[in-house]
Design a protein around this ligand. Structure first.
Ligand SMILES: Cc1ncc(COP(=O)(O)O)c(C=O)c1O
Length: 397
């Protein structure tokens, strides 16, 4: 991570107005704000969208500190807060589309993002076309006169394809289309969305920003052009977050760089080890050239993290169960970005319902790992024993 980004993670959001002199901005709880004079009330009303205390739903100093920090770190004009990453995705889209519009959605998006398009957007008369994450400049052929949003997620959920964000964004902007990115994998710091043409950068702060698997939180940072509309429409939809959760988000930012570096070091070591294993067909780690879009990772990202996948040579569900059931350190869990290691498996057939156009391009079981902050040799031992159980189970069939 560049030096200036590391320092920003420590200093962002800590202005005197929010901290009142303490290092960590304290939790300020409020629903009602009271005003002593008509002039004070008028001032708060006029500036209610501009970090002036007005009403709890608009946020308190704790929220304003985190919003400032996120906008500064990701490089946008402002940051809207949501109770989880999914709410950040859905509200960002809802803030900009209307009946009759069309969305271009990457086929490797997070599954609830797809469900939102297929169920809620469809009900509202907004059409979705799914596109291949590695479509590149051919995205232009899918643009319709009513296309309002181009939505990206890079690397893609589970299968990890890295997108050519600048090329996609350039073409979208030629047609006046808003470019939204689910930037969760990069934690807002491994990829600079606004330098690569993104208009709205969305994150499940639930993952690396919180970093301890104990809080749900979503963020959407917008460029100057889209900030006011995102802020006001999200506010109208009642989006707000507890100051305690925001406080933990702010606290998470301070150690994000060191945590990410350790996750990245551990994950690369595990990924390289997996490449040498006879049971493994290939490893989908953005930092390795066996991952689709690796060249864009090298060009556009500042570093890695702990989340990647690998594909086994076979798909034998009983053997996968033998692998998963006996793990010591890797537990099965959906969310990621905490200090702990996680493992999930997907049989190739499951991608037939998950994906429409992206070719998953593999025949074996796909295993997604989140490499935590445990000692990496303990993690490799755990995986080695898992792969031995896997092989023994196949041999016993
Ligand atoms: C890429 C991505 N985006 C969004 C989300 C949703 O975040 P949340 O669980 O906070 O709703 C997730 C959660 O797994 C995710 O992996």
């Amino acid at each position: 991570m560049p030096k200036d980004k590391q320092t920003q993670l420590i200093t962002a959001g800590r202005k005197q107005k929010w901290t009142k002199g303490v290092v960590n901005p304290p939790v300020q709880r409020a629903s009602t704000i009271v005003f002593e004079t008509v002039a004070d009330k008028r001032h708060a009303t006029i500036n209610r969208g501009n970090k002036e205390l007005f009403y709890g739903r608009r946020g308190t100093h704790t929220h304003f500190a985190f919003q400032d920090a996120m906008a500064e770190i990701e490089g946008g004009a402002g940051c809207a807060l949501y109770p989880c990453g999914t709410a950040a995705v859905t509200n960002a889209i809802l803030s900009f589309v209307e009946t009759g519009d069309h969305i271009l959605m990457v086929d490797t998006c997070y599954e609830p993002t797809r469900d939102f398009c297929d169920k809620i957007m469809k009900k509202m008369g907004v059409d979705t076309t799914y596109y291949d994450p590695v479509i590149g400049k051919d995205i232009e052929s899918l643009i319709q006169p009513n296309t309002k949003v181009l939505f990206l997620e890079s690397p893609g959920s589970i299968t990890m394809e890295v997108q050519d964000v600048p090329t996609l964004a350039k073409i979208a902007h030629k047609h006046d289309i808003i470019v939204m990115l689910d930037n969760t994998w990069a934690a807002g710091v491994l990829f600079n969305p606004f330098e690569h043409g993104v208009d709205i950068s969305i994150q499940a702060a639930t993952k690396y920003i919180i970093g301890h698997s104990d809080v749900m939180l979503g963020t959407a940072v917008a460029s100057e052009k889209y900030w006011e509309q995102l802020r006001e429409q999200s506010y109208l939809m009642g989006q707000c977050v507890s100051p305690d959760d925001v406080y933990l988000g702010l606290r998470g930012l301070r150690t994000l760089d060191v945590r990410l570096r350790q996750h990245a070091e551990n994950s690369l070591k595990v990924a390289n080890w997996l490449q040498s294993r006879p049971e493994v067909d290939h490893v989908r780690h953005p930092a390795l050239d066996t991952c689709l879009g690796h060249e864009f990772f090298k060009r556009d990202f500042n570093g890695g993290n702990g989340l990647f996948s690998f594909v086994l040579k076979n798909s034998v569900p009983q053997a996968t169960t033998a692998l998963l059931d006996g793990m010591t350190h890797f537990k099965m869990g959906y969310s990621w970005g905490g200090f702990e290691s996680l493992i999930l498996a997907n049989e190739p057939n499951s991608f037939k319902t998950l994906r429409r156009v992206a070719n998953p391009n593999f025949n074996g079981t796909l295993v997604r790992l989140h490499i935590g902050l445990e000692n990496v040799d303990d993690l490799i031992d755990d995986l080695e024993q898992g792969l031995e159980r896997y092989t023994a189970s196949i041999q016993n069939q």
